[in-house]
Write a protein that binds this ligand. Sequence first.
Ligand SMILES: [Zn+2]
Length: 417
Amino acid sequence: MLTIEKYSFGVGDRFAHQAKSQLAGCVQALEKGVEVVPVWNKSHREHTTIGSEPSSVRQAADAAVASLGWTKSHYVDADHINMGNVEGFLAHSDFFTIDVADGIGASPEGSAVSDFLSKHPELVGNIAIPGIAEPFETTEAYVTEVAAKYLQAVKDAGQIYRHILEKKNGTPFVPEVSMDETDLPQTPPELLIILAALADEGIPLQTIAPKFTGRFNKGVDYVGDVAQFEKEFNDDLAVIAFAIGKYGLPANLKLSVHSGSDKFSIYAPIHRALKRTGAGLHLKTAGTTWLEEIIGLAESDGDGLVLAKDIYAEAIGNVEALCAPYAAVIDIDRGRLPSADDVRGWSSAQLVAAIRHVPDCPEFNEHMRQLLHVGYKIAAKMGDRYIGLLEGCEETIAKNVTLNLYDRHIVPLFIGE
Ligand SMILES: [Zn+2]
């Protein structure tokens, strides 16, 4: 059993060049006395888009750890895997995000639902959970409905977990179960029922990624009712603590917040909740680092600035195709996207101000930022030209990557301002 630390921070690096500058954010936190361990995550989808292999994530992570002399843990996350694509990750990952969104809503086989209900009479009726003011009131019909919706997904998770366990052949790993890529958020009572089912399935999950209320658009701030988010987040923490005791789940089980980068307005509520309860947290970021690469290129001026403008020009010429796979997680107003020609005429400072995530900066343009977020395919196609300039502008890019992760994410989440 590998036991992940209380605070962990998912970092994604599309082109495997920023591991060191990402780790530098964790080093700074440690200097402040707060241990936040890095987890390098990359999904099958990202690997396919970039044309990279899971081994490259492990190599880049290990090299960064060696180079900075990081002596705390680090992990490599096979992000959003399923039975169809886990194979290539097995040798290189020690953290597996088991994605069961496809099984949500599928009809569970045979008597699975009624068996679950007979096994869990405690889930029907009045459920008082320490830390939640109002007890949950559930009916048999409600628990039946939730079980019917999630049990197949839980069974799928069990199948994938046991497959990984067998293939890892004694090498320990951290299992996460993710349900975030689905249509509706899971409420705290649903989370309790899901955790009971996951425990029945024998999955020693250490992190769980529900879908939270509100919109988690790529690369920009949270959109939704922050007060409602805070209540649900606190209730979820209470449910997890309760389920650990009740169902014998791992004592370090914690929430995992996906698409967690750039959600500045919910970081203070999350930080308050962690301080108040002593709970742990895993928060995943990915594309925010790719955007810092563009910002660093633009800030480097010269060829870097030209490249950043070329990527934008290509992106605005392909808005439809780039946005289609991300329709549920972006909100772009086409009317707010400047033309490629306009952007050609911009200075380095103008382009940087438009895309750097400083929401109250008057020049900040969240529409451009979201478009570029989903445009990493363009850089992948550029191949050596892009990688060459990443290396040529390394110093400026690294400074932006570290500052973004540390100042805008790690400090408000884990250290407090
Ligand atoms: Zn996710």
